[in-house]
Unconditional design. Structure first.
Length: 78
């Protein structure tokens, strides 16, 4: 339909339709933005947790290696 052929009522309805679509897009944008922020926070938390676990794993490895070395030293010392 051409703008010139539209009645005022049709024009208002078309504007309301566009407004509703714009509102839906804004809602979707907000939802995606919130989800993105949430995912970024979770990712940051998981990266920190991973770093902490790696540090604990390395510490445990060092302790086990130290125990093995002490046991070997005790074995050779006997």
């Amino acid at each position: 339909m051409l703008v010139n052929d539209m009645t005022q009522t049709e024009y208002i309805l078309e504007l309301k339709n566009l407004e509703n679509k714009l509102d839906q897009l804004i809602e979707q944008y907000t939802a995606v933005k919130n989800e993105n922020n949430s995912l970024k926070s979770k990712q940051e938390m998981l990266v920190k947790e991973k770093d902490s676990l790696l540090e604990k794993t390395n510490l445990a490895k060092l302790r086990v290696e130290a125990m093995i070395n002490r046991l070997k030293a005790m074995e050779y010392g006997s």
